[in-house]
Design a binder for this molecule. Sequence first.
Ligand code: ADP
Length: 318
Amino acid sequence: MHIENDLNLKRQADKLGVSIWRTPSFLFIIIGIVNAVAMAVTYYISKQYDRPEFLVVAESVVVACIFSIGKYIIGQFEEIDALSKMKTEFVSVASHQLRTPLSAIRWETELMLSKLDRGLNKKQRKSISTINLLATRMTRLVNDLLDVTRIDQGRLILKKEKVDIARIVTEISGEFLPLIKEKKMKVIFQSVRKCKTDRCKPFGVLSDQEKLKLVVENLFSNAIKYTGAYGLIEIDLSKKRGFVVFSIRDNGVGIPKEQQVQVFSKFFRSDNIVKYQTEGTGLGLYIAKNIIEQSGGRMWFHSREHTGSIFSFSLPAA
Ligand code: ADP
């Protein structure tokens, strides 16, 4: 499968936005051919002429050729790298610029809904609520894009603080309660007791609290989004060899086997969920995995189409 992908020069060229003869695989094929020809020519010369000068000249020509092609290949890589850095920089700047007007739209619409509530008729209230909802969604996308550019540029800074995952799970499940009720779903907390008091069993980890919330929120929201009404979600927390392991299982649509290798890639959305028209960007799991790995943990999953999925991560226990 990998070899097939590597040899699909057209797809590689489209993906990198360069012409076919500038793709890394094409350049590697060329250097392979040059090497083979060079060896054959050297062998032929050494057979034909027994004077060492001929061999030295032939070898020098071959070395000069390989050096020039190598230099060209490195140049192409540098160009592709510079292009990709420019794109990342553009996304970063555009996202930063979009944040301020979006915040203003959200604040203004929230203010209108709360202060002018009595003066608004039903239609006006509905329109303002829609604007507010769309601005909130857009803010989420912009924040995701900013996180992705930070990850790609190696600028994602994470705090190392003691965080209780059990508390985060309880908080997030509270946020999703209206949605869970609406879809008449059942959520089982295997070993997470409701943390209404400070006496609940803690599962302390070393991580960045805000970013960890984002991870749990993403996995929870996916489990709800990709599971039908009356579905079942099970959440479990355990301690294993110095790590706290979190898992969330659902009996939803699952991920097609052939697409599972792409799950943690940027912008991936599986074919089977497109028909459900669920909202999403395909950035959540990419960001989540990077946050977990940068915090010293691991993230993995098992899924079967039409049966369900289980997403898990581990983090060093505090
Ligand atoms: P988004 O949900 O915004 O599309 P994610 O990065 O969170 O992006 O997820 C990427 C894709 O992985 C989803 O679009 C979906 O196809 C698949 N996926 C993630 N979680 C689940 C799940 N619990 N059940 C089925 N498919 C899932």
